[in-house]
Design a protein around this ligand. Structure first.
Ligand code: HEC
Ligand code: HEC
Length: 278
């Protein structure tokens, strides 16, 4: 065989194997539901219609193109690791991206952003949701308790969890090092007055969540830049003793007397804070 023929064959084989690799990673990602779901509006729910989406569980309807899969760069490099094992568990075994976005930032609907959250808090919450000790009030889109979608995706019909405690720790270690989501511009501008009042009301909360919700005690949640509706729901659930897991009890005296309107203003304020800024 002449060298030119050999080089031609070699190049053809190389192209074929690259295509095969693309195809495999595409199929694997599709099966594992690692891609973003398409947001579907709820015509019957005008209040949340524009930005809300059906919690599509682990079955996203849109799949990522092979090229996109191949070029998806690792978002965090804790301890210099390009490919953190927690990322793989999050994207594949956990199929968390369907609801929380590929980098934990662009969650669908009013589901929480989890990138850059406190590591210990992430661990306790995933465990509590799987165990069923963390429940929330009714999700306005589905009518089910708000933790049901996630629990349904992670617990099989015979009650066993699809992910182990070690999986949870690995994912938490990866997620906590990711850059937190930037605040979203609200559809209807928030009156400056609400922000000012919310800031004042939040004065009572600093001892645990830190200035601007940016410096929580260890194991407590960051609140700055979290989604407005999610914040409002959780404050209401904790106030009304629907969410009673973990350390929620220590917070109760601080929210007990706050009205829906006051909680709304706190959510207005916190949701607009950019955690990347000092
Ligand atoms: C079917 C959608 C869905 C899937 C899949 C899902 N989650 Fe969730 N997750 C939610 C919803 C909804 C909430 C908020 C529940 C509530 O309102 O109380 C949540 C809450 C959380 C929280 C708590 C956030 C906070 O601020 O308290 C963490 C952490 C979390 N999810 C991580 C994960 C991880 C990691 C995976 C994959 C193993 C995952 N989730 C899979 C929908 C989902
Ligand atoms: C004494 C400490 C403490 C104080 C004060 C406190 N919190 Fe909390 N807060 C917590 C803890 C602890 C949690 C997490 C509970 C758990 O373990 O699941 C929490 C959770 C939350 C959450 C849910 C976050 C999420 O990601 O789901 C919101 C929102 C919140 N607090 C808002 C407030 C506001 C607003 C105030 C003031 C009116 C306040 N907190 C005062 C301790 C406190």
């Amino acid at each position: 065989m002449k060298f030119t023929e050999f080089a031609g064959l070699f190049a053809a084989a190389l192209v074929a194997s690259v295509i095969a690799l693309f195809a495999i990673s595409f199929v694997v990602d599709t099966i594992n539901g690692a891609s973003e779901p398409v947001a579907t509006a709820h015509p019957e729910k005008p209040a949340v219609a524009a930005k809300s989406a059906e919690p599509v569980a682990a079955e996203p309807t849109k799949s990522v193109s092979p090229a996109k899969v191949a070029s998806a760069a690792p978002a965090a490099k804790p301890a210099g690791k390009k490919r953190h094992p927690g990322r793989k568990i999050y994207l594949r075994k956990g199929a968390c991206a369907a609801c929380h976005g590929r980098k934990g930032q662009r969650a669908i609907s009013y589901y929480p952003s989890i990138a850059g959250q406190d590591k210990k808090y992430i661990i306790t919450q995933i465990a509590d949701i799987i165990k069923g000790t963390r429940v929330g009030g009714l999700d306005p889109a589905t009518g089910h308790p708000s933790t049901e979608a996630m629990r349904g995706a992670l617990v099989t019909s015979d009650g066993t969890a699809r992910i182990s405690n070690d999986d949870i720790r690995q994912m938490a270690d990866w997620l906590t090092h990711l850059p937190p989501a930037r605040p979203r511009t609200p559809e209807t501008p928030i009156p400056a007055e609400n922000i000012a009042k919310g800031k004042k009301l939040f004065g009572k909360c600093l001892s645990c969540h830190g200035k601007q919700g940016k410096k929580p005690l260890r194991g407590y949640p960051f609140l700055a830049g979290q989604k407005r509706q999610y914040l409002l729901m959780q404050m209401t659930f904790i106030r009304d003793k629907i969410r009673t897991n973990g350390k929620t009890k220590v917070m109760l005296p601080f929210v007990k007397k706050l009205s829906d309107e006051q909680l709304g203003m706190i959510a207005d304020y916190l949701s607009q804070i950019d955690r990347s800024k000092k």
